[in-house]
Design a protein around this ligand. Structure first.
Ligand code: AMP
Length: 215
């Protein structure tokens, strides 16, 4: 299966992508995680992306598309993948179409996680990520780890993202509405869009997503 996950920041894309990818046995490809890995390794790509990310802005397409393509063409992604956070604008969606067409493959579905804006802000403020694995995501109230500051899955240290500040979140929401939302219509026109409400327990949302994708 080849799936794209869309939704505003704080919709739970990372959490759901991690669980869905496990259930469907396909790699979870998150451009945000790839950028964060590059930043923590101090690569030139990471250095270039960091200022945009910290400000809540989208990283330019020239950097993002090449990085996403490299990851998507790794051997483990040959049988399918779940894209989390890519594409994030129409230019990237069209670039993805070309990458897929060149490989003679196509998307099976685009899953849109719908969450009210006030919920998004609450979710982001309490979000904590694992330093070892960005897919291990917790929330101080909604999904707290058994031990404060420690990842349940691997024992890694939990931290708050530098772009989870109020100001950066405001910019990220603006970027989402102006640049990312148009891809929802783009995929709806192609008959690929599946929208589900992303409220409720994490496991309920995962079940809803699986059911919607199988339809
Ligand atoms: P995420 O972890 O998906 O919330 O992404 C965190 C940040 O990484 C975003 O706010 C952007 O600055 C950057 N980023 C991730 N994916 C993309 C993308 N497809 N295009 C541009 N910037 C991206």
């Amino acid at each position: 299966m080849r799936i794209v996950l869309v939704g505003p920041p704080g919709a739970g894309k990372g959490t759901q992508a991690h669980l869905l990818a496990k259930t469907l046995s396909i790699p979870h490809i998150s451009t945000g995680d790839l950028f964060r890995a590059n930043i923590s390794q101090g690569t030139p790509l990471g250095l270039e992306a960091k200022a945009y990310m910290d400000a809540g802005k989208l990283v330019p397409d020239e950097i993002t598309i090449g990085m996403a393509k490299d990851r998507m063409t790794q051997p483990d992604a040959a049988k399918g993948f779940l894209l989390d956070g890519f594409p994030r604008n129409l230019g990237q969606a069209k670039a993805l179409d070309e990458i897929l067409a060149d490989a003679g493959i196509a998307l099976d579905g685009v899953l849109d996680l719908e969450v009210p804006e006030e919920e998004v802000v609450k979710r982001i403020a309490g979000r904590r990520l694992c330093r070892n694995n960005g897919s291990h995501v917790f929330h101080v109230d909604y999904n707290p780890p058994a031990q404060d500051g420690v990842c349940d899955e691997c024992g890694g240290e939990l931290y708050q993202r530098t772009d989870d500040t109020e100001e950066a979140v405001r910019v990220r929401l603006e970027e989402y509405h102006s640049k990312t939302e148009p891809i929802i219509g783009y995929y709806a026109d192609q008959g690929l869009l599946v929208t589900i409400p992303a409220l409720g327990r994490v496991s309920e949302v995962t079940e809803r997503a699986i059911e919607a994708l199988r339809r």
